[in-house]
Write a protein that binds this ligand. Structure first.
Ligand code: SAM
Length: 397
């Protein structure tokens, strides 16, 4: 990597970590162990560095007209690439309007590119119409749709900020669901069905997030939050010995089960789709070593395949509609390491119950046996409006 490139890389890192005003050219030079003079030999000032970074970003993002997506699947793939690039240059989107106020040249470049970009979004929508994926008869509606998508992509980071949410790689991915939802009214029937199937794991985050946000100071209003370890996990941990290795808590909520696993002796990763839940859990267990991570169980990174010695799942599977059951059970099973264990706690379906949640049937829990061996099967009685029985099942891979 040339010195010029290295300066850009270092500047990008510092701008992302703090912002483009706090990180001066002196800071960039210092981080590289070179003199400010040496840096200025390559770039006149910070504005020039930011412009170069912007040009780099534009090159990485732009596709030629022929390469633009022609189907919704192509579009999904393209959006996944775009969101990674946006995340890599996140300072730029975060500071967009401020950067314009500091650099007229950058502003002019961006506006020209953005008009071209809007046109490319329109071409993609026209491709989808031509390909019978969307049906939009009225030009005005097409223009509105294009603007909604453009606005969501440009300003999603500001949107998150103004709702008091932390910026993270998973959170910004939500913009893909927004694009999908903006197109939904125009999708022909077969597409609408597919998009309904996508709904829970794209929208669960929003629903749960809202529940956690609205009750951030009133945890007792969160129906499943007991602010204590799940008793069926507690008695399991007390009875069994040898708690060590890596543990995963799925849909960790406010974090009490993760804490109990840490105390028992595990290195714990606790995941949830809700950013707010993770923030609250983090606050509650500030001094622990639990890693709280925003992850959708349907979308776990490959590195977590067959990775955990112990996996705990309580009430997450039942929190999504029944059509997702099989997929979710597969996703949970996949995280368990060879010889590793999975402890499942879930309500047993006893009567018709209009969810959420949607308690589990015997045939459904049996799906775990496709990948795992059942070593302990219990049904515990505990009265609740959902059902009066809970499964506690231990599986081994
Ligand atoms: C009913 S709550 C149960 C929370 C906790 N396991 C407990 O027993 O109290 C379901 C949790 O799963 C999370 N969740 C929902 N869908 C998820 C998904 N696809 N991946 C990861 N977490 C999810 C929700 O945000 C919520 O915290």
């Amino acid at each position: 990597m040339s010195r010029k490139e290295k300066i850009l890389e270092t500047a990008l890192k510092l701008f992302n970590e703090s912002n483009s005003q706090t990180a001066t050219t002196n800071h960039i030079a210092k981080a590289m162990n070179i003199s400010p003079g040496n840096l200025h030999y390559h770039y006149k000032n910070r504005e020039e560095i930011i412009r170069k970074l912007y040009i780099q970003l534009r090159e990485e993002m732009s596709l030629s007209t022929e390469e633009l997506p022609r189907t919704i699947e192509d579009l999904n793939r393209h959006e996944t690439v775009l969101i990674e690039i946006q995340w890599r240059y996140r300072f730029f989107f975060r500071e967009l309007l401020f950067l314009f106020s500091r650099d007229e040249v950058l502003k002019k470049m961006y506006i020209a590119d953005n008009i071209a970009h809007r046109n490319r979004i329109k071409i993609v929508m026209q491709n989808l119409i031509e390909n019978n994926e969307l049906q939009i008869e009225d030009d005005e509606r097409l223009e509105f749709l294009v603007d909604s998508i453009l606005m969501a992509w440009q300003f999603y980071t500001s949107h998150m900020y103004t709702l008091g949410r932390c910026l993270d790689a998973k959170g910004v991915e939500e913009v893909i669901a927004h694009t999908h939802n903006a197109m939904r009214p125009f999708m022909i029937k077969k597409r609408k069905k597919m998009s309904r199937e996508l709904k829970p794991h794209n929208q669960a985050s929003a629903w749960f997030d809202e529940m956690y946000s609205q009750n951030k100071d009133k945890h007792e209003n969160i129906p499943w939050a007991r602010l204590d370890v799940n008793p069926l996990l507690k008695s399991y941990l007390e009875k069994e010995e040898n708690h060590n290795g890596k543990a995963l808590v799925i849909g960790c909520g406010l974090g009490d089960d993760a804490k109990a696993l840490e105390v028992a002796g595990y290195d714990v990763l606790a995941i949830d789709v809700s950013q707010k839940a993770l923030e609250l859990a983090n606050e509650r267990f500030l001094n622990s070593n639990i890693e709280f991570e925003k992850q959708d169980i349907f979308d776990m990174p490959q590195k977590y395949d067959e990775y955990f010695d112990f996996v705990f799942e309580a009430f997450t599977i039942q929190s999504l509609p029944v059509e997702f059951r099989e997929k979710m059970i597969k996703a949970v099973s996949k995280t368990v390491k060879e010889e590793g264990k999975l402890l499942l706690v879930a309500h047993k379906r006893e009567h018709k119950f209009d969810g959420p949640p949607w308690p589990l049937e015997q045939e459904e829990v049996d799906l775990f046996k496709d990948d795992l061996t059942e070593v302990l099967f219990e049904v515990h009685k505990e009265e609740s409006s959902i059902s009066n029985h809970r499964f506690r099942i231990l599986y081994k891979k």
